[in-house]
Design a protein around this ligand. Structure first.
Ligand code: HEC
Ligand code: HEC
Length: 167
């Protein structure tokens, strides 16, 4: 079981890298999605040593843990408080109880981490380019695209545009 989770953490790191790159694009994602998750943190704040990791390596460095958490946040367009128990002011990082499993989104995320790992393990080897060592093809961002609920329906065609002949 544990074998899969090491590549997984690399995958989430990759996903945070991808989102960072997306944030630098000329048209940033809609306000209130990806950017604030990172923007809300004090400049060199690092999380406390973890006490309740069930999937990520228990000896993970705080910096790497934070990068993975920012990857989750940006992939879903949420802040830490979406998954973690905060104090009265969710921007006060010292008042969080990160180890608590009380929020159902945290537990759902553990399930989604395992699911993402399984998707990558069963990805057909003959399709697409081989991923670089430590990288994964499918990340949280692949599906979520900065949203809590990934889009599942194709966009409605715009009537005017649809009527125009192809350029
Ligand atoms: C989408 C859900 C989600 C978001 C958003 C999220 N986390 Fe987490 N976080 C988790 C999960 C799940 C774990 C436990 C992972 C495990 O069991 O290996 C965790 C664990 C942690 C831990 C370790 C706690 C302990 O003592 O074991 C810290 C610290 C942490 N997160 C900080 C953050 C910070 C800071 C943010 C915002 C930048 C954040 N998280 C955003 C889901 C999330
Ligand atoms: C293959 C696509 C896919 C991947 C990969 C994926 N998700 Fe999801 N996720 C979904 C879908 C679809 C839902 C259901 C959304 C809904 O109910 O509309 C969902 C739901 C969730 C929810 C519950 C949302 C809610 O508000 O109830 C969380 C939390 C979540 N995903 C986190 C993650 C995280 C973190 C990752 C990466 C470790 C991830 N997901 C990877 C497709 C995916």
């Amino acid at each position: 079981m544990m074998r899969g989770f090491v590549p997984f953490s690399a995958a989430v790191l990759l996903c945070s890298v991808m989102v960072t790159a997306a944030g630098q694009a000329p048209t940033p994602p809609a306000a209130g999605t990806a950017a604030p998750a990172q923007g809300g943190l004090p400049a060199d704040w690092l999380p406390p040593a973890p006490k309740n990791l069930k999937l990520l390596p228990k000896d993970i460095q705080p910096k790497e843990l934070l990068a993975i958490m920012q990857g989750f946040s940006q992939s879903m367009g949420v802040r830490c408080v979406y998954c973690h128990v905060a104090g009265p002011d969710p921007s006060d990082m010292s008042a969080y109880n990160f180890e608590s499993d009380r929020k159902e989104h945290k537990e759902a995320t553990r399930e989604m981490m395992k699911y993402t790992d399984a998707v990558n393990q069963s990805f057909p080897a003959s399709v697409g380019d081989e991923p670089k060592a430590g990288e994964q093809r499918v990340t949280c961002y692949t599906c979520h695209q900065g949203q809590r609920h990934p889009p599942t329906k194709k966009p409605e065609p715009k009537p005017a545009a649809a009527a125009k002949p192809p350029a």
